[in-house]
Structures are given as C-alpha cells and as structure tokens.
Design a protein around this ligand. Structure first.
Ligand SMILES: *[C@@H]1O[C@H](CO)[C@@H](O)[C@H](O)[C@H]1NC(C)=O
Ligand SMILES: *[C@@H]1O[C@H](CO)[C@@H](O)[C@H](O)[C@H]1NC(C)=O
Ligand SMILES: *[C@@H]1O[C@H](CO)[C@@H](O)[C@H](O)[C@H]1NC(C)=O
Length: 419
C-alpha cells in the first residue's frame, strides 16, 4: 500500500512541480490526496496516547511542547504534495519558531516556556492534507490556512486544541460531514469553514458553543437548521449557498442582544419568516434571499431598529409590505424583488427619494413598473399561507416561474476583515 502511494506521489510531484505557480487540483488529484490521508490515519482517526514518545527525534528542544510541534510540523510537511512558493522549505531543524508561517509566544500557563501559538498559512497555495499529528499542537491559539488546496477531512485529533481561538480553513477542498472536532474546542470564537465541500447536517452542538463568528457558506450542508440556533451568542452567522431545508428556527429571538448579521441566502428554506426576527434590535444585516419562504412579511420587522440591509428577494412572499420597515432609521437597502407582494406601505415610496434602495421589481403590484403578469400572481395571491397556523410545512404552491437565477451571495464576506 505504502509503496504504491509513494509511486503515485512521485508521479504527482513530477506533474505539478513543472509549474511553480498555482494550479487547481483535478478531481483525481483531490481523491489521491484524500486516499493518502486515509492510509495515514490510525484506526479511530485519532492520535494514539503518548504518540510523541514513539517518535524518534534526534534533536534537542527547549521544552517538550516545542518537540511536539516539531513532530506535527514535520508530519505536515510530509503530507504536502505541492508547495509552489516553497514555504515549507524553511521547515528544517529544531527551531520551529523560525519556520515560515509558524508563530511562537510564551505559554499562557507557563510564561517561561515558548510554544507554537499560531499557524498562518493563508494564501500559501499548498496542496496536501491535514495529518493527524497536527493534534500535537495543543498550544495553538490561531490556525489559519485559508485559500490553499488542502483535501481530505479534519482529523479527530484536532479536538485536542484546547486553547484554539480562531480556526479558519476556508477556501480549500476539505470534505466529509461537519467536522465535529471543532465542537470540542472549548476556547473557539471564530469558525470559518466556508468554500469547502463539507456535507450533511449542521450539528446542534455548534450553537451551544461560545462562538462569535460562524461562516458555513458555500458548502453542501443540508437538512434543517437545528432548533437551538438561538442559543448561539454569535454576532455573525452565514449559512448562504448550501442546501438547507426547513424553517428559520423561532429560537432566533434569543439572539436579540448579540446578533449583528445573519445570512440564509440561497438555500432551500421554506415556511414563514418567524415574527421573532423583529426582536433582533442589534441586527444590521438580514438576508434570506433565494429560498422558498412563503407567507407574509411580519409587521414585527419594523422592530429591527439597527438594520441597514434587508434582502428577502426571490422567495414566495405575499401580502403587503407593512408599515414601519421602510422608515427604519439606518436602512440603506431593502430588497424584496421577485416575490408576490401586492402592495407596500406609502413610506416605501417616499424612502426611495431619500437615497434608500427599495427594490420591488417583479412582484404583483398593480401600479408599479416591472411586475409579474397577473396570471402568474393570481394563483399565489389567492391562496395565502396562514403563518399563525403553519407549523413549518412546505406550502403547496404552484410551480412558480423563476425568471431570475439566484446569484451568489454578494455580502458573505461580511464587514469583518479577513487575512
Ligand atoms: C543521532 O545523534 C547521535 C549523537 O548526536 C549521532 O551519533 C547519530 O548519528 C544521529 N543519528 C541520526 C539518525 O541522525
Ligand atoms: C444593542 O443595541 C442597543 C440599542 O439598540 C444598545 O444599547 C446595545 O449596546 C447593543 N448591544 C450590543 C451588544 O451591541
Ligand atoms: C441592495 O442589496 C441587494 C441585495 O443584497 C444587492 O444585490 C444590491 O446591489 C444592493 N443595491 C445597492 C444599490 O447597494
């Protein structure tokens, strides 16, 4: 097994080292790397107890924690099959603090010991996998590997990162179910999994963690958003561009003092917009465009006092755009195009003159330009959904015409700085 793996590795290296610039991995390369990871993983996917003592290292280190980091980093170097910028070339010898992309600091629990506190390999364009030995780096506070070509899964051993604060693996080729090791990281605040190929359900454990920002967008997550969403103290949560179904949980009300941005755009969510969204006084961005939401827009939305952007376009919403929303003090953009609304509060008309974008294109307004044909509107408008009774069931709507292709979410980057 191992020797054929090595043969393929040489083959791959010959292939990719001809160009020292970035090249997207082919499907075959991705599955080759994932297969190599599988071969390297212990039976339970985790590191054996006392693994560090089984590794012979003929170097001396200032402390055992740096020796552990050395073992992890050497295993990682071995797991990297393409390094066009030659970053890991510097990963030689006992001085791990001098390795490119590796940052040391005094240990919080023992300031006289230096430990590896951060890995920052953002935009390094590395291809390979994350080896189980990385679990030895239990002093990491930051793990940033965004925009590389890492394949395979996140090993179970990552659950040993007891002080990890920021975990960013976005924009790679990672696969598998939601990486449960992250839910075992007690200090985690920033979780960024966006732009990978994770699939399956989002686990409820995620929303019982003390996270500040959660980026799950642009994966293949499916099934319902867990009911305990509202337990999360996060200020930013992005679900956009997945395959999530079911309703927006009513528990969202519990986020009234903490939530700043929530983005559900481009999923397969159904049901009515929960009235409880109106309690989110600190929310600045609410986006749920390009889903299959139905029913009316709750009057309570006029309670989202801080809101700047509301985007509920491209759904099956009906009724009137209620009073109060268009005159919210911080509103800059209220987009409800591509729905079945048939009227709006007069304030929306006057807001348009005050530099607020109010986009009502392609609804069922009798007296506005660019609206749906009445034969498209009538069957939907005549069968209103009773949101008071609807217990999150898929509404029986006629197969609607969708002249408008869902666009990728414009705002998923969020206002937060990423580097
Ligand atoms: C390990 O270190 C010893 C003593 O420093 C040396 O004699 C030996 O050759 C080294 N072995 C390897 C494999 O480098
Ligand atoms: C939420 O908004 C209120 C006023 O609307 C403000 O007093 C409070 O400090 C805000 N909370 C946070 C966490 O920003
Ligand atoms: C308003 O928001 C929508 C949806 O996010 C966006 O597509 C549009 O570009 C925005 N309009 C302006 C003028 O910012």
């Amino acid at each position: 097994m191992r020797s054929s793996g090595c043969f393929f590795l040489i083959f791959l290296l010959l292939f990719s080292s001809q160009d020292s610039f970035s090249s997207a991995l082919s499907e075959a390369e991705v599955s080759f790397i994932a297969h190599r990871q599988l071969l390297s993983l212990p039976e339970n996917g985790d590191l054996p107890e006392n693994y560090e003592y089984q590794v012979d290292v003929n170097l001396t280190f200032p402390n055992a924690r740096l020796r552990r980091a050395y073992i992890a980093l050497q295993a990682w170097k071995e797991a990297i099959v393409s390094d066009p910028h030659k970053i890991t070339t510097s990963w030689v010898g006992a001085d791990v603090c001098d390795y490119k992309g590796v940052f040391c600091a005094p240990a919080p629990d023992d300031p006289k010991s230096t430990v590896v506190a951060g890995v920052d390999l953002n935009n390094a364009d590395l291809a390979g996998f994350l080896p189980v030995e990385l679990g030895l780096m239990s002093d990491l506070a930051l793990f940033h590997v965004n925009s590389n070509r890492f394949c395979g899964i996140i090993p179970q051993s990552f659950s040993k990162m007891a002080v990890l604060y920021e975990f960013d693996v976005s924009n790679n080729r990672l696969v598998g179910p939601f990486p449960m090791p992250v839910t075992a990281m007690p200090a985690l605040k920033y979780l960024d999994l966006r732009y990978n190929d994770f699939e399956g359900s989002i686990p409820p454990e995620l929303f019982d963690m003390d996270l500040d920002a959660v980026f799950l967008n642009n994966n293949r997550f499916q099934n319902e958003i867990p009911e305990n969403l509202g337990n999360s103290p996060a200020s930013v949560i992005v679900f956009a561009n997945n395959r999530l179904t079911g309703c927006i949980p009513h528990s969202i009300k519990k986020m009234e003092n903490t939530l700043n941005e929530i983005i559900f755009t481009n999923n397969k969510l159904t049901g009515c917009l929960p009235m409880e969204i109106g309690s989110l006084e600190n929310l600045t961005v609410f986006a749920a465009a390009s889903n299959s939401l139905s029913g009316v827009l709750p009057k309570s939305f006029s309670g989202i006092k801080s809101v700047e952007l509301i985007d509920i376009s491209n759904n099956f919403l009906t009724g009137f755009v209620p009073e109060g929303i268009c005159k919210l003090p911080n509103l800059v953009n209220f987009t409800f195009s591509y729905n079945y609304f048939r009227g709006e509060s007069p304030e929306c008309e006057s807001s348009r003159t005050k530099d607020v974008v109010v986009d009502d294109t392609d609804n069922c307004f009798p007296d506005r330009p660019k609206q749906k044909a009445s034969k498209t509107c009538t069957p939907v408008v005549n069968r209103p959904v009773d949101c008071g009774k609807s217990k999150c069931v898929r509404p029986s709507l006629p197969t609607p015409s969708r002249p408008h292709k869902p666009k990728p979410t414009p705002d998923v980057e969020s206002s937060r700085n990423k580097n």
